[in-house]
Ligand binder design. Structure first.
Ligand code: TRP
Ligand code: ZN
Length: 855
């Protein structure tokens, strides 16, 4: 952490300082007397001293609850209360602590702890929100068995575990599984349920409910199917069954993240669970399926086995993301899923790893833990497990996971525990592998080859650029999947995993009749930047024939990146051979339409900027944006004769299904529509918009029209049609902010923030507007600096409302080192303006301080 200003600098927490808790829990009884501005929480907690603790002081976290009274073993006591918690003299023996506090859910706009969302009470306790509800040892290695009584006039009253009893105005819940406070949840509202049931492999009947407001009951069916599919998959693939009589999901409109895995009571951002064909796109459906699976899978990886402390966050998140990625690969196309995951990894995690916010998958210090729910912890954390599985093999992975569950069920664990399981079950030494958890930065791997007398050799070297606070990087173990192909894609040497453990090493093949085509890093077998520019350029062949679909896509991607970079840097036009190959690729009816749609995707301005930066040049967002426009226009003209036929062939006539097959056809048809719109002034897009019967078609058409500058009438019609569907109106805000041209987008976005439907209090709406604007790279980085100013102004406003979401959005500024001196100066000035705000939250202070260069 850079020195903010010593006097006010918030405290930094270090992994190395971990101490076991002084007191452990037996049982926890909570009573909530709900009232919007004056909720009372009565707690009765049975503690016992922890024999393993050295520090015996009794401390309960608490930030905000107004303590009314406290008792120790039934006798009134007066604890010492600060703004961080309370301390009290307690006996060195088991005792019962009781307290009553008052809290104000209606005033809670931070959406942490207990808050109100459209008249509904709900909670968000991860990571440290429970301390805003009552005084408690709010750390994940302190686990208790909870019994919760909820008192309210609202009709639906929910908490964790199984229902025990209920009556007029109250309900009682009991969770038999000991859990940390971050998994506590409570919901009270005027809700209806979409219900179903599931019988587990061990014969337990489980009631399933998705609770929503009455108007949303028609948007639950898909989520319910995804839940049942997740439950089946976890039984079949990981041997894990559900462990309560009921599993509830609740949709909440105001939520800082996607969803939360509270035991037996998952709480979801409505955008992550509600879907109907009319209101949600194929991409929304796919995301919902993945998030439902993710939260459900946490029941074992997160809840039954939890984290010892928050530095171990990747223990549950990396593993659970990996599991949800495996699930999506099994439910849909594995190749398409992998390409999507890698694109997301590069866009978010590589960017983070290359900038001032780079940190290890397991960080070693933090100020505010909410700032470490990052792409590195989640997505790179998943990649690390994918590599581990590749290195030990599928059977050893399965055996290790069985051992992990058997050995650590009911415990709060560390990454050391996780790796020890793999070492014990495979006999491998994972000391070098552990660097993936401990060291930040994306390794750069360079490959070149040599061929002589039937002997073919691949030479690799690795180097990881410095990251903040970590200059010298030891070599890591990098599993590189390699196969050799001939010019028709036929296998010469089958895929093998080469483990690069040193700075330089090589892999030799004997008896190779002719110089082969190397297919390297197949399936993106490690999260590295691969420089293969020293190899012969075989990418046109690989794009058409590589037996690994990821590498076929990668070849197309690299060609697009190179073509566009050259156009942006000095106006070099695309090679005709490349344009021909592109046309061939999109017309190739032998390949999956979804895969073709991905190959036809043009890299984003940000991806191109990153690519240009890696080449040692300074990217110009405006020139890149122009190159992308010109390129798309050239593709449209080059493929002109094929487009109407392609568009027609991939229309889906069957009733809408959000499955991978139909979605693939729509994805390809909509890519083609984008090209057609460049040739017909929007006629086809307008026709698709007017005739659309599902949101995927409607939104794609609207996007094409807005891009072409022909969207005004359609935008109005869209708003009129959907003004009562808040999730659709989020799309309306988002599309305008993200697709408006660079010169006008800041004004368009600023106008949107004046719209009657804009509110900074709803994170979805705020992200749809300002977040989409920040992702409109050429607009956000407009040379005038207007983009930086607009975002900084709004982050300053939002900080007073919702520090967590504000802090996440400051990462729009993390790319400052990429740009020219003028943009760098303007970005840093905007950050300093944020930092200068009086009473800036700890969350945002930490982020901005980390992003800014050392003073
Ligand atoms: N544990 C959640 C998940 O990944 C993440 C989450 C939801 C979260 N809400 C949060 C993290 C609030 C921090 C703060 O599934
Ligand atoms: Zn998670």
């Amino acid at each position: 952490m850079k020195d903010a200003s010593a006097a006010t600098a918030p405290e930094t927490i270090y992994l190395a300082d971990y101490q076991p808790p002084a007191y452990l829990l037996e049982t926890v009884h909570l009573t909530f007397k709900l009232s919007p501005s004056a909720t009372r929480v009565i707690s009765k907690i049975a503690f016992r001293p922890n024999p393993e603790a050295t520090d015996k002081r009794f401390f309960l976290h608490g930030e905000g609850p107004d303590l009314k009274w406290a008792k120790l073993d039934g006798a009134p006591v007066t604890p010492v209360v600060t703004d961080k918690g309370l301390t009290l003299e307690v006996p060195d023996a088991p005792f019962v602590f009781e307290a009553e506090v008052e809290i104000d859910p209606a005033a809670n706009t931070a959406l942490e702890g207990l808050y109100l969302s459209n008249g509904m009470f709900c909670t968000q306790c991860e990571a440290e929100g429970f301390r805003r509800i009552t005084y408690y040892p709010d750390r994940p290695d302190v686990m208790g068995v909870f019994t919760v009584r909820v008192e309210s006039d609202l009709p639906v009253l929910l908490s964790n575990g199984n229902p025990v009893a209920q009556g007029d105005g109250w309900a009682e819940w009991h969770d038999p599984w000991p859990k940390p406070a971050y998994l506590f949840a409570l919901v009270a509202g005027d809700l209806v349920a979409h219900s179903d049931s599931f019988t587990t492999m061990d014969g337990r009947d489980v009631a399933l409910n998705i609770y929503v407001r009455a108007a949303d009951i028609d948007k639950c069916a898909f989520g319910m199917e995804a839940l049942k599919a997740s439950m089946t998959w976890d039984e079949q693939v990981y041997g894990r069954a559900y462990d309560l009589d009921i599993f509830n999901i609740v949709a909440v409109d105001d939520f800082n993240m996607g969803a939360m895995e509270n035991k037996g009571l998952n709480i979801f951002n409505s955008s992550a669970v509600l879907a109907s064909p009319e209101t949600a796109t194929d991409a929304n459906f796919e995301r919902i399926e993945a998030i439902i699976a993710h939260e459900y899978f946490h029941n074992w990886t997160g809840n039954r086995i939890t984290c010892r402390d928050w530095f171990q966050l990747c223990l549950k998140e990396g593993l659970t993301v990996f599991r949800d990625q495996q699930f999506t690969a099994d439910m849909r196309s594995a190749a398409v899923a992998r390409i999507n995951d890698v694109q997301a990894l590069r866009a978010r995690q590589f960017r983070e790893d290359a900038g001032p916010l780079a940190h290890p998958v397991r960080p070693e210090s933090f100020v505010e833990i909410n700032n470490f729910y990052t792409a590195t912890v989640y997505e790179k954390g998943a990649e690390v497990i994918r590599m581990l599985k590749l290195m030990v093999g599928d059977d050893a992975y399965a055996k290790s996971l069985d051992l992990y569950f058997a050995r650590h069920d009911g415990q709060a664990c560390t990454i050391e525990d996780w790796l020890t399981v793999f070492e014990d079950s495979t006999g491998r030494d994972l000391a070098q592998f552990k660097l993936w958890y401990q060291s930040a930065g994306t390794p750069h791997v360079t490959v070149h080859d040599s061929y002589e007398d039937g002997s073919y050799t691949l030479h690799f070297d690795q180097q990881t650029p410095a990251t903040p606070g970590e200059v010298d990087k030891a070599p890591r173990v990098i599993p590189i999947a390699v196969a050799l192909l001939d010019r028709h894609g036929k296998t010469i040497a089958p895929e093998q995993i080469f483990e690069l453990t040193k700075t330089q090493d090589s892999l030799r093949f004997e008896g190779v009749a002719a110089k082969p085509i190397p297919s390297v890093l197949r399936g993106f077998s490690a999260p590295v930047v691969l420089d293969r520019s020293a190899l012969d350029d075989t990418r046109l062949v690989q794009m058409a024939h590589d037996s690994d679909p990821f590498n076929a896509w990668e070849a197309a991607r690299e060609l697009a990146l190179e073509t566009l970079s050259a156009m942006a840097l000095d106006g070099t036009p695309p090679a005709t051979a490349y344009l021909d190959a592109w046309r061939q690729m999109i017309r190739n009816e032998d390949t999956d339409p979804a895969f073709r749609a991905l190959c036809a995707g043009v890299p984003s301005v940000m991806e191109l900027a990153g690519h240009i930066k890696t080449q040692g040049q300074t990217p110009d967002p405006s020139a890149i944006d122009d190159a992308c426009e010109t390129f798309a226009q050239m593709l449209a003209e080059h493929c002109q004769d094929s487009l109407p036929r392609l568009y027609a062939d991939h229309q889906v006539s069957a009733a809408y299904q959000p499955d991978a097959t139909q979605a693939g056809h729509r994805a390809l048809a909509n890519r083609v529509l984008g090209l057609i719109t460049r040739l017909d002034s929007g006629a086809q897009a307008q026709a698709q918009f007017d005739g659309a019967t599902n949101m995927t078609q409607q939104l794609a058409a609207l996007g094409a029209l807005v891009r072409a500058g022909k969207g005004d009438a359609a935008l109005d019609a869209f708003y009129t049609q959907w003004q009562h569907e808040r999730l659709v109106i989020d799309k309306w805000f988002g599309l305008q902010a993200s697709l408006s041209p660079a010169d006008t987008a800041a004004q368009v976005t600023s106008d949107l923030t004046q719209h009657a439907d804009f509110t900074a209090k709803n994170p979805n709406r705020f992200r749809a507007t300002l977040g989409s604007f920040a992702a409109n790279t050429a607009a956000f980085h407009h040379a005038s600096g207007s983009g930086y100013d607009l975002l900084a102004d709004w982050l300053i406003t939002l900080d007073g409302i919702n520090p967590q979401t504000t802090a996440r959005m400051t990462s729009a500024f993390e790319t400052w080192p990429m740009w020219d001196a003028d943009r760098q100066a303007k970005m840093q000035a905007a950050l300093r303006r944020i930092l200068a705000k009086d009473g800036l939250s700890r969350d945002v202070t930490e982020m901005v301080t980390r992003i800014l260069p050392d003073p």
